[in-house]
Design a protein around this ligand. Structure first.
Ligand code: FAD
Length: 274
């Protein structure tokens, strides 16, 4: 079990940020708790206080704002999987959400928690990268927006400062002629993926973000350029050796992950271009 830690429930966003600022890096935000509580129980995280944001109403809700879908940080994975707005405007996220863990975890886990945690095998960070979403952060100095490509820095490391929190993400909505797909390969349903892809196939060009094949979600820039230049799926898949640096671990060797990424690119292109 976890070591003893303080607990305080934030009443609203201003309260949450002022608690974060006062804690000077000693406290951690508690959202769905599906990663944080496990880390505390394993004593991987040694926070002295938890700031519970589950009662902060400003962090909830999914709304269409112009040509973007704004998704509040406290939106649960289950809401992403069942929202009509998400299904209509960002189908890659609607397809990704049911692939996350199991129903009990999807009922509690949040999009803000998933992005802040930045597990390289997680689906939602890769969605943000493929969709070129903006992560909306708030700290004592006000609001800051970071494009997903600049947000995920390294293994479990993001651009979030210790006194900032994620309040929302803003995702460009699908345009005419655009197709999106999210696919992954895992040993068992509900496991983290051994490899996964989010493919956004726009008339203006393709964006392919992979997860589970490096320390962060990765844009396959060489393969993307080849596809836009008319290369076949097989030719583009070969170029993934230049784009991806999968890690060897107990779940799969790097070569297997690269092979799975190639399989996924071919399948995803077949799906968006069928
Ligand atoms: P928490 O656990 O509450 O917090 C995680 C971290 O994010 C903490 O450091 C916390 O301080 C920080 N944080 C939370 N919210 C904010 C915010 N708004 N601003 C700043 N920092 C914040 N995830 C997947 O993507 N794919 C999977 O296949 C998958 N499988 C899982 C299997 C199991 C058995 C378990 C237990 C978890 C799995 N997860 C998986 C993780 C799950 O998706 C979590 O919900 C998610 O990683 C974290 O979200 P959370 O809301 O629970 O965050």
């Amino acid at each position: 079990k976890a070591a003893a830690a303080g607990y305080i429930r934030a009443n609203d966003l201003v309260h949450a940020i002022s608690l974060l600022e006062q804690s000077r890096g000693e406290a951690r935000i508690l959202a769905g708790g599906q990663s944080l509580i496990a880390s505390l129980n394993l004593r991987l995280a040694g926070e002295t206080a938890l700031i519970d944001i589950n009662g902060v109403a400003e962090l909830s809700g999914i709304e269409l704002v112009g040509d973007r879908l704004r998704i509040g940080a406290l939106t649960r994975h289950r809401e992403l999987a069942t929202s009509d707005l998400v299904a209509r405007h960002v189908p890659a996220i609607a397809q990704a959400a049911p692939l996350i863990a199991h129903a009990a975890i999807r009922n509690r886990g949040t999009i803000g928690g998933s992005l802040a945690y930045a597990d390289p095998a997680a689906e939602l960070p890769a969605c943000m990268l493929a969709l070129d979403a903006e992560i909306v952060l708030r700290g004592p100095a006000g609001e800051r927006r970071v494009r997903a490509g600049d947000f995920f820095i390294d293994l479990f490391t993001t651009d979030l400062a210790e006194d900032e929190m994620i309040v929302a993400v803003e995702v460009p909505v699908v345009v005419a002629g655009e197709r999106q797909t999210t696919m992954e390969l895992a040993r068992r349903s509900g496991d983290y993926a051994l490899a996964g892809i989010v493919l956004v196939d726009r008339p203006s060009g393709v964006r392919a973000a992979f997860f589970g094949v490096g320390p962060t979600p990765v844009l396959a820039t060489a393969a993307m350029a080849a596809i836009d230049g008319g290369a076949s799926a097989d030719e583009a898949a070969e170029l993934l050796a230049d784009d991806l640096q999968p890690l060897d671990d107990v779940h799969a060797p790097a070569a297997v992950r690269l092979h799975l990424a190639r399989v996924l690119l071919r399948r995803a292109l077949a799906a968006t271009r069928s």
